[in-house]
Every structure is written in structure tokens, then in C-alpha cells.
Design a protein. Structure first.
Length: 226
């Protein structure tokens, strides 16, 4: 506006130029989970056969192992899960991405499926609405805020500091550990579905879905904790 006023010779100088801009502050370092905290999270109620405990334990492992956002897990359907990989269709940037399923996560998924079928059979509710993968105790879809509540509760039970107890921190630790395990920042960028880094995109453009699955094998977050 001031530039326009100067062009129209209504004013001679731009008064905004005398305003001193505040220097940008350094961004606060993200506090990711420690290895010990990750072990506690993974071990939470692991031996329980209750449907809700098995489901919540799987939610924690899924967030850790795939680096998915809580809304991506909320929208995940049975039909998106294939032999050896999971296909996230509803993502932040609307670009589907594929993630390898490790053997340990696959084992938990089989257990969840078995307990889930037993649970809903007792409730005499065999047909599940829209085939969503993560279900509430009544058989409906788990919304992202519900997944956030699960994360907060489990973190509290595991004595995780409150400032770390949020779903996106699982994505942070996934990225950090994947980078440590693979040493390949471009692979990590691809697996996380980042698309706003043009330089990174140039390096990973040639990777196919099968390439990503193959490269991710042997880089399991859960298996590296052994």
C-alpha cells in the first residue's frame, strides 16, 4: 500500500521502513522419545488379551513403525493392508504412500485381527462399518482425536514426560531412528511422504513402490530395540 502511495506521489517515504524487524529466534529442539521410553511404550500391556489393550498396543507400534500421522491411521482400511506393506491413501498432501510391514508388526497385526474377531463375535456384530482397520469398542471408526487420547493415556502409564506425549512425536522418533538405521535421508523423506523438498524429490523420483519396500526391509524400528 505504501509503495502505491509513493508511486502516486501522495507520500515521499515508506513509513514501514523505520520499523525494526525482530530477529528470528532459533527453533526449539524437538524432544523425541529415548530408546528406553520406546521400549516401555512397546511393552505396555503387551500380554493382555483384552481387545482395547491389544488395539491400543497396536496403535503405539503402528505409529512408531510406520511413521504415520494419527489421521492416516484413522482412515486406514482393511483393504489398504497387503502382503508385506500398508498403503496410506488419506495423507496430508493427498499423495498416497507405501510403507513396509516388519515381521514384528505383522505378528501384532495378526494378534489384533484374531482378538478383534473374537471380541465382535461375542458382541454379535460381524459387519463393521466401512471396513476401517482401527476400531472403537462399538465397532466404529477411531477418529484421530481418539487415537490422540490413546497416545496420551499410554504415555502417562509409561511415565513419559507430558511434553513428549503427543502422536506426532512418534513420527519424529520414526524419522530419527530410520535415519540412524539406514543413513539414507532420501529414503526417509520418501517413506514419510514429504513432497515439499524439491532437492530431495529430485534424488528420490526414480524410486518405485517396490524399491521403497525392498530398501526399507531390515530397518525395523521394533526389531532394532532387541
Amino acid at each position: 500500500m505504501f509503495k502505491y502511495l509513493i508511486d502516486e506521489q501522495i507520500i515521499k517515504t515508506n513509513p514501514a521502513m523505520i520499523i525494526k524487524l525482530e530477529r528470528a529466534k532459533d527453533k526449539k529442539t524437538i524432544e523425541v522419545f529415548t530408546n528406553d521410553e520406546v521400549r516401555r511404550l512397546v511393552a505396555w500391556n503387551k500380554r493382555s488379551r483384552k481387545f482395547l489393550d491389544v488395539r491400543d498396543n497396536l496403535i503405539i507400534s503402528f505409529l512408531l513403525e510406520t511413521g504415520c500421522r494419527n489421521h492416516e491411521l484413522s482412515y486406514l482400511k482393511e483393504s489398504d493392508i497387503h502382503d508385506g506393506f500398508v498403503y496410506f491413501k488419506v495423507t496430508k498432501n493427498s499423495k498416497p504412500r507405501v510403507v513396509h510391514i516388519s515381521k514384528l508388526l505383522e505378528k501384532q497385526m495378526r494378534r489384533y485381527k484374531r482378538i478383534k474377531e473374537e471380541y465382535f463375535k461375542k458382541l454379535k456384530k460381524e459387519s463393521i462399518i466401512e471396513d476401517f482397520y482401527i476400531l472403537s469398542k462399538s465397532g466404529n471408526r477411531m477418529w484421530q482425536q481418539n487415537i490422540g487420547q490413546v497416545v496420551n493415556r499410554v504415555c502417562k502409564d509409561c511415565n513419559i514426560p507430558e511434553q513428549k506425549a503427543y502422536p506426532y512425536n512418534f513420527r519424529h522418533i520414526h524419522a530419527v531412528m530410520m535415519l540412524k538405521n539406514t543413513g539414507n535421508v532420501h529414503l526417509v523423506s520418501k517413506l514419510l511422504g514429504h513432497c515439499n523438498l524439491s532437492i530431495t524429490e529430485e534424488y528420490i523420483r526414480g524410486l518405485t513402490k517396490d524399491d521403497v519396500i525392498e530398501m526399507a526391509k531390515g530397518s525395523s524400528i521394533l526389531e532394532s530395540l532387541r
